[in-house]
Every structure is written in structure tokens, then in C-alpha cells.
Design a protein around this ligand. Structure first.
Ligand code: 1HE
Length: 273
């Protein structure tokens, strides 16, 4: 993957100081690239904290976010050199720290698209699973080597990954070290798109640009309400759906878009070629 993204302008100020990331902008789309290629973007404390800081400080003009990894791999998971001598209490605090960042991503104020390539393993898969749309290129592979490393997922994986692949598939990956290729990952919901080698970022950016044209409140409802409703008992979920639906419909952006459609000014639904 190239280190520069056409049409994107590098961040300045505080965001430019986050050296474990490369952050850039193009219109309403922000791009955060994990930037530890020599360590395969393994997630250490600094990277995690900087990701959290970046999410807090992205400008309000951002309407969609793309996350990718610099170098040969998306992310090699937890930086294992960080694990060394932790007490039980420190281990819990570390995991809860990851949860805070992964939650900040899953429940971000705008949708997040992941561009995946190479290894998407351990905490890297937990990170990808917290995003909303995942694009994998043909080199992508998904693994959960925690079993072999003598540890357990701690970044939200046990809650999010079974919701995508099922408990049986995740158990298989963790127990046997089974690695899924890009297509197998797509079949199981770890990616929604598979593209040729080297094309994940372009596709992710194209999707993010499209997402950014949706009414902001619709995107907000999809990111915030949908996963929560899916976790609720059906009758609770249906009630929340009615509330969310009425809130979205009441917004000026919805009224304008409905008027545009009814007066023939809006694009029709078409199947992409
Ligand atoms: C690392 C890490 C890492 C690479 N922590 N340093 N994750 C894993 O168990 C995956 C471990 N990594 C690998 O299996 C491989 O590195 C990869 C398949 C990802 C990439 O292979 P390759 O051949 O491209 O790179 P490499 O030569 O193995 O690694 C290059 C350098 O990155 C090397 O350091 P160097 O100083 O010798 O150059 C590696 O040590 C370093 N490196 N991955 C630390 N993960 C919240 S709980 C989450 C729990 C988990 O995520 S468990 C899964 C951890």
C-alpha cells in the first residue's frame, strides 16, 4: 500500500503529532492509518491512546472515517512486548482501556470503513470488528492466535466477533488456530467486500465518500441505534426503532430528500455493476 493517498491532505495541529498514526482528510472523509509498519501495526499503549485521541479530535466536518494499516499488514494485534509483567488488576485495566477505544469506534458519531490487507489478527481483528463496513483485499487473512499465545481476547472480540461469525467459528479459530482467507472471511461476515490486491483502500474511500452523502442523522441512527436494537429483546427493539425512525423522519434533511425523490430529483435505487 502506498503511503500517500491522492486528494487527501495531511492533518495539522494536535492530530499531526500522533506519530503512531497518519491522519488525513479529503472533503468530509477522514483517513486514519495505523503507522507502525516495522511492527506490523501491532497495537501498543501509545497507538491505542492516540487512536482514542484522534477519534475525539477529528473535526465536526468529518462525515465518514476510513481506517487502514501502513505497510504489509493491516494489524498484527496486541503488541506482545507490552504484555510482560502485568498483575491481574493491570490486565483488567488494560482490557477495559481497549474496550473504551473499541466502543468509541463502534459507537462513533459517523460510520467507520476498514480497509484490510495482509494480517488482520488478534486485536487487529477486534479492531476491524468494531468498524461498520470492512473491505478486504485478496491478501487479507483473519486469525485469532490468542489460544497459541496463552491468552484470551481482551479488546471486545468475544462480544463482537461471534455476532459476525458465530460462536462455533470463533471457537474454531481460537482453539485450532484456523486462519480464514479474504473470501472465507467475507462468507462469514468479517468483510462485506473483497477486492483485488492493493485495492482495499480505494474501495473503502469510495464507500466512505458515498456514506458521507447520506443524511447525517440516518448515518447516526445506523451506527448508534441499529446495533443496540439488534441486542435488545424484539419488543424493546421495535419500540426503539419507532422512536428512532420518527426522529430521523422529522429532520429537515429527511424532508428535503423525500421531496427531492417525490419531485423526481433523486437517484433511483440501482444495482452496482
Ligand atoms: C510484533 C507483533 C506483535 C509482529 N507484537 N511485535 N498477535 C500475534 O500473535 C501475531 C504475531 N505476529 C505474526 O504472526 C507476524 O508478525 C505477522 C503474520 C503479523 C507478520 O509476519 P511478517 O513475517 O510480515 O513480520 P515479522 O517478521 O513476523 O514481524 C516483523 C516485526 O514485527 C518483528 O519485530 P523485529 O523487531 O524482529 O523486526 C516482530 O516481532 C514484530 N511483531 N507482530 C509485537 N503482535 C487485547 S487482547 C488482543 C490479543 C492479541 O492481539 S493476541 C495476537 C497477537
Amino acid at each position: 500500500m502506498s503511503t500517500t493517498t491522492p486528494e487527501f491532505t495531511p492533518a495539522d495541529g494536535l492530530l499531526a503529532q500522533l506519530n503512531e498514526l497518519q491522519i488525513s482528510f479529503s472533503g468530509a472523509v477522514a483517513h486514519i492509518r495505523l503507522n507502525r509498519p516495522a511492527k506490523r501495526n501491532a497495537i501498543n499503549e501509545a497507538l491505542m491512546q492516540q487512536l482514542h485521541t484522534a477519534l475525539i479530535h477529528l473535526p465536526a466536518s468529518v462525515q465518514a472515517l476510513v481506517i487502514s494499516g501502513e505497510g504489509q499488514h493491516f494489524c498484527a494485534g496486541l503488541d506482545l512486548s507490552d504484555l510482560s509483567e502485568r498483575t491481574v488488576a493491570e490486565g483488567i485495566a488494560h482490557s477495559r482501556g481497549w474496550h473504551a477505544v473499541m466502543d468509541a469506534l463502534q459507537y462513533y458519531r459517523v460510520p467507520v470503513v476498514a480497509a484490510l490487507h495482509g494480517a488482520v489478527v488478534g486485536g487487529g481483528l477486534e479492531l476491524a470488528a468494531a468498524t461498520h463496513v470492512r473491505v478486504a483485499d485478496a491478501t487479507t487473512y483473519f486469525g485469532l492466535p490468542e489460544g497459541q499465545r496463552g491468552i484470551f481476547v481482551g479488546g471486545g472480540g468475544s462480544a463482537r466477533i461471534p455476532r459476525l461469525v458465530g460462536v462455533a467459528c470463533m471457537s474454531d479459530m481460537m482453539l485450532t488456530g484456523r486462519v480464514l482467507d479474504a473470501e472465507e472471511g467475507r462468507e462469514r461476515g468479517l468483510a462485506q467486500y473483497v477486492v483485488p490486491e492493493g485495492e482495499a483502500l480505494d474501495k473503502a474511500i469510495a464507500l466512505a465518500r458515498r456514506i458521507a452523502t447520506n443524511a447525517p442523522l440516518s448515518n447516526y441512527a445506523i451506527v448508534q441505534a441499529l446495533p443496540r436494537i439488534a441486542d435488545m429483546a424484539q419488543s424493546d427493539g421495535l419500540f426503539v426503532e419507532s422512536l428512532m425512525s420518527a426522529i430521523a423522519q422529522g429532520d429537515d434533511a429527511a424532508k428535503q430528500r423525500l421531496a427531492d425523490f417525490l419531485q423526481g430529483r433523486a437517484a433511483k435505487v440501482v444495482k452496482a455493476a
